[in-house]
Design a binder for this molecule. Sequence first.
Ligand code: HEM
Ligand code: HEM
Length: 220
Amino acid sequence: MANADQPRAMLWDLPLRLIHWGLVALMPGLWWTAEHDEIALHKVLGLILLALVAARLLWGVVGGETARFARFVKGPGAILAYLRGKVRPGPGHNPLGGLSVLAMLALLTAEMALGLITQDVDGVESGPLNALVSYDVADRARHLHALGFNLLLVLIALHLGAIAYYRVVRRDNLVAPMVTGRKALGEGVSPPAMAPAWRAFACLGAGAALAWWLGAGAPH
Ligand code: HEM
Ligand code: HEM
């Protein structure tokens, strides 16, 4: 069992943490700008979020050990075994947490894709790829974009609820490691491998380039 006196190892790498806190900072801005009809700014924030989520998806393939999807995305069998207490997961997301990470990233991706093609009721404001779809598709996207936001709020509430549960019931502070990156991992647990910084720059650069291209209407 880990305890506070044990030396702390790097659990979450810097790119993963920067992306996470970037998402947290952008969500209220996305809500506020949509609520107050500041759609030009909403689209800029949405595209910044798109760059971060795209970078996170790439980081899930080439990033540090705890960031990798192959490490924490598990099938139903592994999730059940974990819930029954039959397996002790290594450092990082447990199989159930991994599922929630995947759900959040998938819903964020869907919400951004809908934002790209949506159009408001009067046809005044539209996403940068709106011209590529018919009026009916854009109209449906508008409804789904509004619904997607509410679903995101549900997932975020569950996310915060799970973190509070770990804090209060399991006496495990998950937030501090997401800020500092470090956590006491317990006797005999080897620290996860980290990835070189250049790969993080490459992922962020690719995410930014994709957001730029989509924001310009995906010229072809
Ligand atoms: C996770 C990211 C996003 C969230 C949470 C979000 C949320 C919202 C919300 C709540 C609305 C108001 C919906 C309504 O009540 O009708 C809205 C509208 C809008 N969003 Fe987003 N948005 C996101 C990403 C984007 C992106 C990436 C774009 C495009 C670059 C975009 C473009 C628009 C546009 C054009 C509208 C006005 C038309 C409409 O109402 O659908 N959004 N967004
Ligand atoms: C103040 C609000 C928030 C706090 C305190 C918080 C805290 C955390 C913590 C502690 C973790 C690590 C969980 C673990 O140990 O397994 C985490 C992971 C995560 N959170 Fe949050 N979170 C917040 C808001 C959000 C929001 C708004 C989103 C999405 C819109 C989000 C998306 C994620 C994702 C995708 C991960 C997985 C990290 C990764 O592997 O990249 N979080 N969060």
